[in-house]
Design a binder for this molecule. Sequence first.
Ligand SMILES: [Zn+2]
Length: 338
Amino acid sequence: MNTQHALNRRHFIGFLGLAAGSSALALTPSRALAGFRLADDPILAWDELSKGVHAMVDASTGGNVLTVASADSVVLIDTKFAHLGRALLTDAQGFAPGDAKVVLINTHHHGDHTGGNGSIVPKAEASYAHENALPRIKDSFSSVKASARQAKKTVEGGGSVELIRSAIRTERAAAKWQRTSIVPETGVSGEKTSITAGELAMDLYHFGAGHTDNDLFVHIPEHNVLHTGDVVFNGLHSFFDQTAGYSTKGWVNSAKRGYELCDADTIVIPGHGPVGDRSILKAQSEYLEQLIEAVQAEIDKGTSKEATANKSWPFMEGLGFEGIRGRAINAVYDELAG
Ligand SMILES: [Zn+2]
């Protein structure tokens, strides 16, 4: 998904309610300036899924982030928006030993999954995305840099002291960012790419165009954990981007192939929505199959695109992101009507 509209609702820990323009340092009810902040206190709100495995799952701050710490490395999968990149990196490093090497993976190019790259790519030992993602991320440089230059303003009113500090540092650093600062070093291709971060082995899978033309699954067998990127919107309508080289039928295929990577115990982190198990991959492919079927039936009846976009069907009821329901129908209509 690639929208910032939901950013005003925040779920950060340590709300301060700072007025715009007031000094972060002057208002410090937290433990931070009292000197009690432990080195491993995270800035952001994380869920520990298993030992060394943390997810930041929050519909209001962009795509879900997963970190996996091992003895000599920490892997960070996706980076939300520009104002959060530095805090994500700080927290990820806090989950690992002091000298752990950072490895970054982007599941696809959308700005709510790559916006924080500028704070992380230059400090990473290695960074990966699908090869089709690289030029798209590069093209987002101006808007990402502009967002980073507004980082403090973005977090004010809902951020902790530590987050505001992090945003101030992001603003300063962003002045020196180049295009290469936000683009992962390595573009992968092919169906399966095996990589390592120190001693941790990971597999990156690309099953063809789906949500975008550069979707990657990140599978970490040692922890039996899978990040699906935006191939899965759990409990939410799916976001379609007409500029991203999407394929709804390909998306169904990707979700099904992703399901095959799992067993009954696999922890599955979707691009958006709560963490689940492999059943969320099944729900995603079923949503898309029913959407294709419903829209095709309207096309066959001669229903206009506008009238079809206003329809709803039982499988679409009760999901979050209601505002993008019509967008999903339109995208599928365009694809099927060709
Ligand atoms: Zn996306």
